[in-house]
Design a binder for this molecule. Structure first.
Ligand SMILES: [Fe+2]
Length: 437
């Protein structure tokens, strides 16, 4: 019989929203399709055990409910071929906005007790997010502040915009992945922790990323979308443009999916209730850092696509513009940069006095400075005119989708002890392609 190494190897537990409940390799319960009241719990053990979550409403009888799931065997491709079991259990029929207490594991060993608040399913709900990319297991400077703020209940969800661990999850025979999961447990066990793949996850064809995370949809967490409050949030892989060895057809597959998803989100009946369309992807289309990354090039792959593939691969800027994406969130550059509304390398401010009131192009934010071993990047001393604000401080971004017309963003500097060093309100009376004119 397997031993649950709970004490020797603390559980890497994550709590995820499952809007569609078709989490990969997890049998979808019949009542769970598109249900907002579900949550997926994911953790790792090093022996084969059952996958159970015992839970109950805060203040009620402890662990009065039980949900069972399943585990998949993940064999890391490193030299040691380390084995781990990734457990996934989906809790369904949760009461919106109610707080639950839970633990996970099996009768061979249980995790600590955690709690989470089921997401409010109302479209008039104003969700609060923390967002960042490139936070690593070494020098994760913003981690302590994020842990505390999450546990204080300041966020409804976290958007981790690629490159968890910086150091790469696969390293040291995937022990870095284990370590990173244990580090984010103090956040990810309490709120939905939504991810997208970054460049360092590419080793062994993103297998550590694909196995360890549980996002909605059927793409092993590579691209998916979900809804919260008045926002439709799309997570995508910019990496399909860079690792052609894993199949250049992935660029087209994702592009097709994005088009369909955006088409659906733009149906008048959908956009009326969820007017904000937000995207998150790891490598930005634009940036003014002083390195040779894709975003520093005028003809960035993410923005304009690749002409060296057969057939040529389309980029994302036109697509997002055509479907009226409001805000695009990026990371990868280890800095914070806010852009004026931009399209085709040109600034399209709402007006001179109020650039973000009825902007005439999407608003881009690059937030990749949460802290990792690579330290922060340097800026090019002569940025283009679309660069509105830049900071090299370690930190992260807060966002609130307040209502159908107002979205708030602010940048927290960890170097300056949590000081808010930048903030904007994006205000839109109209959403969609026609809002640009
Ligand atoms: Fe990156």
């Amino acid at each position: 019989m397997g031993v649950f190494n709970l004490l020797k190897f603390p559980v890497a537990l994550k709590l995820y929203l499952c809007t569609q409940c078709k989490s990969f390799r997890l049998k979808a319960p019949d009542n769970c399709l598109n249900s907002p009241g579900s949550m997926a719990v994911t953790w790792t053990t090093f022996n084969e055990t059952e996958s159970k979550v015992e839970y109950g409403l805060l203040g009620g009888r402890l662990f009065e409910m039980i949900a069972k799931g399943g585990a998949t065997l993940f064999v890391d491709s490193g030299k040691e071929k380390r084995k781990m079991y990734i457990h996934r259990v989906t809790l369904t029929d949760l009461k919106p906005a109610a707080t639950y207490v839970y633990h996970c594991g099996s009768d061979e060993g249980w995790s600590e007790v955690f709690s989470f608040t089921a997401l409010n399913d109302s479209t008039s709900f104003s969700p609060r997010f923390a967002l960042y990319g490139d936070m690593g297991n070494e020098n994760p400077q913003s981690l302590a502040r994020l842990q505390k703020e999450t546990q204080l209940g300041m966020y409804d969800a976290i958007l981790h915009i690629g490159k968890p661990a910086c150091h790469s999850l696969f390293q040291d025979n995937a022990r870095i992945g284990d370590e990173f999961m244990r580090q984010i447990q103090s956040i990810a066990a309490y709120v939905p922790y939504m991810t997208c793949p970054g460049n360092h996850e590419s080793t062994y064809n993103f297998s550590n990323y694909r196995n360890r995370f549980t996002m909605p949809g059927q793409t092993e967490s590579l691209w998916y979308s979900w809804n919260l409050g008045s926002a439709h949030i799309i997570s995508l892989s910019t990496e399909v443009y860079f690792y052609l060895d894993f199949g250049q057809e992935l660029i087209f597959k994702q592009y097709e999916w994005l088009m369909k998803d955006l088409e659906e989100a733009n149906k008048p009946e959908n956009r009326a209730v969820r007017p904000w369309i937000l995207t998150m992807g790891h490598r930005p289309m634009y940036c003014s850092d002083d390195d040779q990354d894709d975003c520093t090039q005028f003809d960035s792959y993410v923005r304009l696509g690749r002409s060296d593939t057969e057939p040529p691969a389309p980029g994302l800027e036109d697509l997002f513009y055509r479907y009226g994406v409001d805000v695009e969130l990026w990371a990868h550059e280890h800095t914070y940069e806010r852009l004026w509304p931009v399209y085709g390398d040109k600034v399209y401010n709402g007006s001179k006095e109020q650039p973000y009131v009825n902007p005439k192009a999407p608003v881009h934010i690059i937030t990749g400075s949460a802290g990792c071993r690579e330290k922060t990047d340097r800026f090019n001393p002569n940025p283009k005119e679309w660069s509105a604000f830049r900071s090299m401080d370690y930190g992260y971004t807060r966002m609130q989708v307040v209502n159908a017309t107002h979205l708030y963003l602010e940048q927290v500097s960890d170097d300056q002890y949590g000081k808010v060093i930048d903030s904007i309100w994006v205000e839109k009376e109209k959403h969609g392609f026609s809002a640009w004119f």
